[in-house]
Ligand binder design. Structure first.
Ligand code: H79
Length: 420
């Protein structure tokens, strides 16, 4: 029962937000696991979570200015900390110095900017006393793991999990997208201490409840059963994703610097040029880009992330019609270029800028008019290789059917120039 949501495929670009008490250690959202921090030790961040600069309207404005159409916030990550005022736990923002539900203003801020509302929800929970210790758990290497597991009861955790999802989908109006994370029953992670999957979550029942509470919602594919959208993580598919011979709706989630949660010292930022090439390459293969920010413990977007978003926005302002509602073309793009297509409009994204001419195989006679998208300046079309025409003796002519486009010598000063 795949839910097709046209808005999701048209949107093409969304913002992922990883925000929780792991923003305080500021060294990756898996810090609890990586440093084997106990629940008790980790509580120092819970006691100090005081996001005095939290203003989700700023997040929403930044997303919108970057050309993003939807936002997905970590309502709960693997550490189990909840940003909303859940009735099912005390481990929530309400009981930190924040003192309030942080999800409600987020939802409101997105709607005010006309953005679609998404929640990320971790199936894994390192805080809940009934979640059995397995291959992802911070205490997985404890010699005493058997006795640590003695009192744990997954059935009771499962009830908690379903109850929390029910809260999130009942108390905040229409929710457009739900990103579950993740199932790992049959993965390498599971080899040592075991993993969890659809049986542990009772995914069939959970998904049925989700659909009942939010009939229009898009759900990702990490419940261990099929979902509406495939979500490759920190990986860009190099061709359209297929399942049983049919194209699959997909969305690559990507970080700015390799960490999802705020990471103060990780300066491995992708350039704006690279981020835009990732977006374009994804759309040319029929996918979305869900690009992540990790706000600080005070709730603000740090300047480096903001600069990336602004750079993307600058490009999107001029080129978004080559992105929104666009998808793969049946035509094959030449080297160092990507095609996106919307209806009968073809967009040629030039990852490299050749000298004077670009040759587009198979397009002769098919193009009425062409322009650079950034400034709507006409580019001339020739259906014969200009060198063949001018100097008949020079080899290297293009095959019949090739359309040659004459480019200005000066490359437009944009991250990726586009011909429309
Ligand atoms: O929320 C973000 C990540 O925290 C979460 N999904 C995105 C959206 C995620 N991170 N990693 N994974 C999902 C896959 C798990 C990777 C692992 Fe490992 C390999 C877990 C154990 C071995 C990475 C390396 C984490 C610990 C060591």
């Amino acid at each position: 029962m795949i839910q097709h949501a046209p808005w999701f495929e048209e949107a093409r670009l969304g913002m992922f937000v990883h925000w929780g008490i792991y923003a305080l250690p500021a060294r990756h959202e898996w810090v609890m696991n990586q440093e084997e921090i106990t629940v008790e030790e980790y509580s120092k961040y819970f006691r100090r979570f005081d996001p005095d600069l939290y203003d989700p309207r700023e997040w929403a404005r930044a997303a919108k200015a970057a050309g993003m159409k939807y936002v997905v916030l970590t309502a709960k990550h693997h550490d189990g900390f909840c940003l909303w005022d859940s009735a099912l736990t005390d481990y929530k923002a309400t009981n930190t110095p924040a003192g309030r539900d942080l999800i409600a203003p987020y939802v409101e801020a997105l709607r005010a900017e006309g953005l679609k509302v998404g929640f990320y929800f971790s199936l894994i929970d390192w805080h809940h006393p009934d979640f059995t210790i397995d291959g992802v758990h911070p205490q997985r290497n404890s010699a005493d793991v058997e006795s640590l597991n003695a009192g744990r009861d997954m059935a009771s955790y499962r009830e908690y999990l379903h109850g929390q999802v029910r809260e999130l989908l009942s108390n905040y109006g229409t929710i457009d997208y739900l990103f579950f994370d993740f199932s790992y029953a049959d993965t390498k992670i599971a080899e040592f201490w075991g993993g969890k999957g659809s049986d542990d979550w009772d995914s069939e029942k959970l998904l049925a409840m989700v659909r009942e509470l939010q009939p229009g919602i898009v759900v990702n594919d990490r419940l261990g059963i099929p979902g509406d959208v495939a979500t490759p993580e920190q990986y860009q598919p190099t061709e359209p994703m297929m399942l049983h011979g049919e194209p699959v709706i997909w969305e690559a989630c990507q970080t700015l610097n390799g960490s999802w949660g705020y990471h103060r010292d990780n300066l491995n930022y992708k350039s704006v040029d690279l981020l835009i090439r990732m977006l374009v390459d994804g759309v040319s293969n029929g996918g979305n880009l869900l690009l992540n920010i990790g706000p600080t413990g005070r709730g603000s977007i740090d300047p480096r992330a903001l600069a990336s978003l602004e750079g993307i926005g600058e490009w999107m302002k001029l080129h978004s019609r080559a992105i929104y509602g666009a998808g793969p073309s049946t035509l094959t793009a030449p080297q160092d270029a990507r095609y996106t297509q919307r209806g009968n409009r073809l967009y040629v994204h030039l990852f490299a800028w050749p000298f004077e001419y670009i040759h587009l195989p198979g397009l002769a006679g098919k193009v009425e008019y062409a322009q650079l998208l950034n400034d709507a300046s006409e580019v001339f079309l020739k259906e014969v290789d200009p060198h063949q025409e001018a100097f008949n003796t020079i080899p290297g002519g293009q095959p019949a059917g090739t359309l040659t486009v004459k480019l200005p010598v000066q490359r437009p000063d944009v991250a990726v120039p586009v011909l429309e």
